[in-house]
Design a binder for this molecule. Structure first.
Ligand SMILES: Nc1ncnc2c1ncn2[C@@H]1O[C@H](COP(=O)(O)OP(=O)(O)OP(=O)(O)O)[C@@H](O)[C@H]1O
Ligand SMILES: [Mg+2]
Length: 276
């Protein structure tokens, strides 16, 4: 980049800095491990069920490392151009617009591709040259080869639960990443998180976590996913606002999870053993 372009890049980068420390409660040695991975600029994959803290972790790490964070929610309609960029038509003719991946590579951001398995494989392959020793991104349509900024790092998230044979990452994609496994935190830590995030007493948070444990045991026996930490925080927030705990649990924990009447009854019964 020229000096002028670099200055502009620094200005843009500032917009993507995480301004305030996100609340993140470490569950193991993931913070230290990630720091080492970042130092090596190793592409990282965060695996784990929905609502267990993957996105929060990336925000926290971006803040801790003082690096800009650019997040992209992936979906099956996403094309390579959505990531890389495209020519746009305006009154003066055509103008190139960088996509989020290109922008991240230019300004030295952490680029977080959320639920990358949702994207089609022909979209996913555009990240390959950025994830090996080349650290570059060819913009074929524009005829430019972007060399990634020294601070650039790619992070993807992946929910193994939704994985099917049709929807999985190619080995040649998977094997470009180091991976961290995420899961719901241990009882003690999860209750701390729920209490802190929702602003409720620890003993109430503890009961919510115990309800979640009952539901998580039903995964694969009528439930596709267990109750996430995110939903526990929702229930806690309703309780904090004065909603009766049993009602809060039904609204935030049971109803979102399943439409099956028997399963709802089972979960409602679990709620009743903790909150009357
Ligand atoms: N270790 C943690 N420290 C602090 N908060 C946490 C932690 N784990 C989970 N949470 C809480 O759970 C919520 C959901 O976490 P997050 O959005 O990071 O989930 P996710 O794993 O990215 O889910 P998805 O796969 O659906 O995107 C957060 O908003 C936060 O309130
Ligand atoms: Mg997320």
């Amino acid at each position: 980049m020229s000096q002028v372009a670099e200055l502009k890049g620094a200005d843009i980068a500032k917009q993507y800095l995480v301004a305030e420390e996100p609340y993140y409660c470490p569950v193991a040695d993931e913070v230290e491990t990630y720091e080492a991975a970042y130092e090596a600029r190793m592409p990282m994959m965060l695996k784990g069920p929905t609502g267990c803290g993957k996105s929060r972790f990336v925000e926290y790490m971006a803040w801790k490392l003082g690096k800009p964070l650019i997040t992209v929610a992936c979906n099956e309609d996403m094309t390579a151009s959505d990531l890389v960029g495209r020519f746009l038509l305006d009154k003066d003719g055509t103008k190139w617009q960088d996509g989020p991946l290109t922008l991240a590579a230019r300004i030295g951001a952490i680029c977080y591709l959320d639920e990358v398995v949702e994207a089609r494989q022909d979209t996913t392959v555009v990240i390959h040259p950025l994830t090996d020793h080349r650290r570059e991104l060819p913009l074929d349509k524009k005829g430019e080869l972007v060399k990634a900024h020294a601070d650039f790092q790619l992070v993807i998230s992946y929910n193994p639960g939704y994985q099917s044979l049709m929807k999985d990452l190619k080995q040649s994609t998977k094997q470009r990443f180091g991976a961290l496994d995420f899961d719901y935190p241990s009882t003690e830590i999860e209750a701390d998180i729920v209490a802190a995030e929702a602003g409720i007493d620890k003993d109430v948070a503890d009961k919510l976590v115990q309800i979640a444990h009952r539901a998580r045991n039903l995964k694969g026996h009528g439930l596709d996913e267990g109750i996430s930490t995110r939903l526990l925080v929702y229930a806690g927030q309703l309780i904090n606002k004065g909603v009766k705990p049993d009602v809060a649990c039904r609204v935030a924990l049971v109803r979102p999870l399943t439409d099956d009447p028997d399963m709802r009854e089972t979960l409602d019964a679990a709620v009743s053993t903790f909150f009357e």
